[in-house]
Design a protein around this ligand. Structure first.
Ligand SMILES: [Zn+2]
Ligand SMILES: [Zn+2]
Length: 270
């Protein structure tokens, strides 16, 4: 399995997951031209995608949908609630003429080489989900918009080799920052976004002893800094005695973070 982040943050989210010559895209939230360019740069052009998984209908997750040609008839996988929300771009319903596959939260679906399980998350879309994607004995958990660190997320996070998880804001920067009061309350509330500290506490609770790769995602440009997010999460892991994991911060754009573990070796009995 190979995972490449190409966009992360409130201006756009997109992640490519590849295995055995197939490629999934999780969210398509940056402008279409930018998305086309980024996909080409990582060698996963839009024309070669097997499916697009959507976490929810907010624009930072769907704005680039027109980079995927309708003629390809590629499936868009989403919760029934995201489909029913009928998001629009420029007045046009974005799923018109698209092949939509509804995947209820809690269910698992085979998509070519991948097995995809969706999990409900508290965030203020119609029916927002995160995904656990498995292929070739490896798995990646993608939870980019989380209002709260709910207990049902422990299992998918604990079982994943790579965790792509939101560290949206530093609480001090948010509350001292320029956002209007109602927006601060939304971001910090149970239907908003996960803070650095909440992310670190959650990881400290769920991660096993070591060897996991953690990518901090969906950082706010206004209320966070990469260094601040990484330090907060590493500190909380350290306090919980968790020192054997790799923690990195996703860049806003570009494929500088790619995860491609060595293929699993079959154990040979003697
Ligand atoms: Zn959202
Ligand atoms: Zn978002």
């Amino acid at each position: 399995m190979r995972v490449t982040s190409i966009a992360s943050g409130s201006s756009g989210n997109a992640l490519v997951v590849e295995h055995a010559g197939e490629a999934l895209l999780v969210d398509c939230g940056c402008p279409p031209r930018k998305l086309t360019q980024l996909l080409r740069e990582v060698g996963a052009p839009a024309t070669g995608l097997s499916a697009i998984l959507l976490t929810h209908e907010h624009s930072d997750h769907i704005a680039g949908i027109n980079a995927i040609p309708r003629a390809l008839d590629v499936p868009f996988v989403m919760t029934p609630g995201t489909h029913a929300a009928q998001p629009r771009l420029g007045g046009t319903p974005i799923f018109a003429g698209r092949r939509v596959v509804e995947q209820p939260c809690g269910s698992t679906r085979s998509l070519g080489a991948f097995e995809v399980t969706s999990f409900p998350v508290s965030h203020d879309g119609a029916e927002v989900c995160g995904y656990l994607i498995a292929a070739g004995g490896r798995s990646v958990a993608v939870f980019t918009d989380l209002g709260a660190a709910e207990p049902h997320l422990h299992e998918p996070l604990a079982g994943a080799d790579l965790l792509v998880i939101e560290a949206n804001h530093d609480e001090g920067l948010l509350w001292r920052g320029p956002y209007p009061w109602h927006l601060k309350r939304r971001v910090a509330g149970p239907l908003g976004h996960l803070s650095n500290d909440a992310c670190g506490l959650l990881l400290g609770q769920v991660l096993p002893d070591g060897g996991r790769e953690v990518w901090l995602a969906h950082l706010s440009r206004t209320n966070n800094r990469p260094q601040v997010a990484a330090s907060a999460v590493k500190n909380l892991l350290h306090i919980n005695g968790q020192t054997g994991h790799t923690v990195q911060v996703l860049p806003q754009y570009g494929a500088s973070l790619r995860w491609e573990p060595a293929p699993l070796q079959l154990a040979l009995g003697l």
